[in-house]
Design a protein around this ligand. Sequence first.
Ligand code: FRU
Length: 325
Amino acid sequence: TQKHTRYRIGVSQCSDDEWRHKMNNEIVREALFYDGVEVEIRTAKDNNRNQIADIKYFIDKKVDLLIVAPNEAAAITPVVEKAYRQGIPVVVIDRKILSDKYTAFVGADNYEIGKDVGQYILNRLHGKGKVLEITGLEGSTPAMERHKGLTDVLKEEPGIEITASVDGAWLQSVAGEKMDSVFQTNKNIDLVFAQNDRMAIGAYLSARQQQLEKEMLFVGIDALPGKEYGVEQIINGVLDATFIYPTGGDKVVQVAMDILEKRPYERDTKLSTALVDKTNARVMQLQTDHITEQDGKIERLNNQVNEYLSRYSAQTMFLYACLII
Ligand code: FRU
């Protein structure tokens, strides 16, 4: 059966990685709970120009609502403002724009996360040591805010020195290369803080090549469940700690639907974070495995319902045909 479409939602993702995939799955799954909602997702692959084109595509398509995770704030702000000015409600997620021309924001507080990381480092190094920071893409707001949070905590601490802060562009390969060149001049590092787990793993692999991986600790952000992602790397002893950066795709769709159906909604929905280290990684893994299993069941149930409906409509058609004859 072709359900009639009531709302078309365009999703413009800045990147295409495991964190985005998790969020996209949550968005699509949550949308199944609303009748007649069509979701189209585009990914810009960390490229501002791609993302501007994606958003223009959604504007031309006259979507009923736009969800956007802006790659770099300054570059993406004008096209988001354009959508908003044309009357398309805009839900900004995870990364921010440099303007208040949007309808709602859903995401974690990256400044707070940066401060939490700073506090963790302070305790973990007992107030003394050398830290290397690998940031995300320079122009993306989580990179700026995580850095600011970290430095605001650590600048008060004379024993802790941030020896360098290099741009890893949110990517494992870039972080690895940056780490290789840091090691050429500086091997005296107690802790590497990478602004996501992927980059932390890239840094770890670079250190391992130099047989330095046991000399320093690696801390990341995201704490994704799943094979070889953050939580598992804590259990494996690759990462020392990571912080949950919630994807919250289900929440994003709930806010979008509140806006579309003219219910009251929060302009700012704050998703929360938490520390994951070896004391709780196993518990988290058990729980997320269970959730993943349940999610799979919801999807299977949905497929069964669709199959049933299409069989039912085929039968009805047949019945009509018989009646007409
Ligand atoms: C995923 C990602 C995460 C990071 C977030 C910041 O695309 O790179 O790893 O925490 O974006 O916006």
